[in-house]
Design a protein around this ligand. Sequence first.
Ligand SMILES: Nc1ncnc2c1ncn2[C@@H]1O[C@H](COP(=O)(O)OP(=O)(O)O)[C@@H](O)[C@H]1O
Ligand SMILES: [Mg+2]
Length: 388
Amino acid sequence: MARNRTMLWLSTGITLALYWLQRQRPAAGNNGPASQRSRSIIQHASDAIISTDEEQRILHANPAAAAMFDTTVQAMEGALLQDYLPRDQRQYHDNTAGRYFGNTGIRLRMKGRRAGDYLVTGQRSHGQLFPLEGSISALNEGEHSIYTIILRDITERKQVQEQLEQSYAQLRELSAALQTIREEERKYIARELHDDLGQLLATLRVDLALLKRTQQYGPAARKLLTGMDTLLMSAITSLRRIASNLRPRALDEGGLYYALESLCHDFVNRYGIACQLQANEEELIMDDAYTTAIFRIAQEALTNISRHAEASKVLLSVQRQQHELQIEIQDDGRGIAEQDMDKAMAFGLLGMRERVRALHGEIAILSDGGTRISIRLPLPSQAPATAD
Ligand SMILES: Nc1ncnc2c1ncn2[C@@H]1O[C@H](COP(=O)(O)OP(=O)(O)O)[C@@H](O)[C@H]1O
Ligand SMILES: [Mg+2]
């Protein structure tokens, strides 16, 4: 919508400006009501409209142009465009889109503009620089060309853009910090469950076994004791399962390879979908930030496969290549649709992306005879090296 409006603005501006120029031609003799109306529109336009000759000399400027550059129409007319659009401040973000302005080297883009782009920096009469966007059109008059430039001051838009970018960056940092806190809490609760409650239950079981060995209980009491033992055993199993779901011990004790192996193993047992892990144990010795991120990404990918993919097999591969890790998670299911990747209230893929981004990696999610998640993570030089 905004782009359409801008395009409309530009094309209307150019049409009016061309009228304006025609009015200036001595031969035109065009002083009818239509011409007067367009002249008046240009005079009152809120965008700067400037025309120049091929040597960049300003032929005409409207009051909005004068106000934008903090000067007067009289001062602008006859001056060089260079005084207002200094050459050394011109910014070119790419070489493809753009229009060259005669032989002056100024380019202003008509299409594909993003909110943050601007190609020209203006200079107000007292020296202050400011960002501009606009368009140029050429009108041939015999051997010569006259250029019409329409400019819009985008200082405010740029500021808003910068604020937005800053707030996105803050949100990302917040999300990364929350992930870390969450992981730490999970780790803490899992350890407490295992070491504290787990130990108590184990001691109770030992005491119960001692009780059962004494002869003073009748058959009814013995039955009760056996029932208690069974209950205790299932409490210990539940506790281990809950603790492991919170944070697998393998992540902190055995390392990433074993954590991924047991993830695959549980996945096969639970969903009956084959899961093959391709990795080298020694290559996966890394610091906690990497270990946790990779484990959580693989966990989310496998959960997604069980919920959405209708797959029969999964390949999970984690390979180290010098200073980077290549992670592939490929299933043979129905594939992922483009629109599924940006579903509202679906945070699994988003979480994966954020984890990868936080580690300065790249992630691609493709529908490729199933779904393939392909991740490259650069490894910091201080990360423990492989045993090579
Ligand atoms: N392996 C997959 N195969 C097919 N579709 C998938 C796969 N993984 C994710 N999707 C699709 O992408 C969507 C977004 O996934 P996700 O962000 O994890 O959210 P959620 O799992 O909560 O729906 C899913 O709803 C699903 O439609
Ligand atoms: Mg999910």
